[in-house]
Design a protein around this ligand. Structure first.
Ligand code: PRT
Ligand code: ZN
Length: 286
């Protein structure tokens, strides 16, 4: 039998849609019916396994799956023998300590002697240890945010995204324990044939991520401004410059990073750029 790379992804939940989207944008062709446990990728030697996110680090350690996509929070909590291959830039959230809004938070020592409810006991224990705080940890499996309201705990440690869950439960965020995003993890020392398939996948994921972080930019500018503008948007190697039929003007094409996009547009305009078009890039290979 030929070698297959087995990738575990979440069966349903917050990671599922973006995990599938990333794999599809990386060119993997597969059909994923509901209630399916596995899917065979048609155009690459890859098989997908659909699992609960909490189980993925264990399955990867046991080599039932070779790689998996999970939240960094779950990967760290589980402490399994997994290697971090890549941060995936979705499902961003933070793991935070929250207390009832009515409490006066005086700093981290507030937590001394308190009882903290969480589904992340390992991470909380480490956090308390790093901060030399003695506090109780009350492990519960869900609905952590209601624990203080029913007298089960004085504080909680849970995932926060917009903060609206905390707000509606009368809690306030007081410490960020961990920033998290989806990550790709793998069993250490993958056999070479599987590693080769993973490398191919990583190359594609890189191209998809770079494309997302960059935009194609076209603009018109007076020839005297070309040098300054090139300094602002150097592009992948250097911009493409084409003469306009209007004497003394050129069209300049380049690539601009999403993060400093607005700042750069301001600079370009001040150098005399006009008719600026910004276009999404689908794949980008340096
Ligand atoms: O069934 P399975 O076990 O696979 O899924 P699950 O229910 O354990 O996990 P799921 O699908 O809820 O989350 C999967 C991963 O998504 C988490 O491990 C995080 O890495 C990531 N993620 C990103 C989040 C959130 N954002 C998030 N907002 N996970 C949970 N939440 C919850 C949080 O627990 C809290 O109840 O949303 C609420 C807070 O959201 P805000 O927006 O109100 O602050
Ligand atoms: Zn889970």
């Amino acid at each position: 039998m030929s070698t297959l790379l087995r990738i575990a992804i979440q069966k349903s939940g917050r990671l599922q849609e973006d995990s599938l989207k990333l794999l599809k944008e990386s060119g993997l062709q597969f059909s994923n019916g509901r209630d399916q446990l596995k899917a065979q990728v048609r155009n690459l030697p890859i098989e997908l396994l659909f699992l609960r996110d909490d189980d993925i680090p264990q399955y990867v350690e046991d080599r039932v799956a070779d790689v998996g996509i999970v939240g960094e929070n779950v990967w760290i909590e589980k402490q399994k023998n997994n290697e971090l291959v890549k941060r995936l830039d979705f499902a961003k959230c933070r793991l935070s300590i929250a207390i009832p809004r009515s409490e006066n938070y005086t700093g981290i020592s507030f937590l001394t002697g308190k009882n903290i409810a969480t589904t992340y006991p390992t991470i909380v224990r480490q956090f308390l240890k790093n901060n030399k705080i003695e506090a109780g940890i009350h492990e519960i499996s869900g609905s952590v945010e209601i624990a203080p309201g029913i007298g089960l705990a004085d504080a909680i440690c849970d995932i926060v995204s917009t903060g609206s869950t905390l707000l509606s439960n009368g809690l306030k965020e007081v410490e960020v324990v961990l920033q998290s995003e989806a990550v790709l993890i793998a069993t250490p020392a993958l056999e070479p044939a599987k590693k080769a398939i993973l490398d191919q996948l990583m190359f594609r994921i890189q191209a998809v991520q770079s494309a997302k972080n960059n935009k194609y930019i076209l603009l018109n500018c007076p020839n005297e401004a070309i040098e300054k503008i090139t300094g602002v948007i150097p592009g992948m190697k250097s911009p493409t410059i084409m003469p306009l039929s209007r004497p003394g003007w050129s069209s300049l094409h380049s690539v601009v990073n999403e993060n400093d996009f607005w700042e750069k547009i301001g600079q370009l305009k001040s150098f005399g750029a006009e008719g600026i078009l910004v276009i999404p890039i689908e794949k980008m290979i340096a």
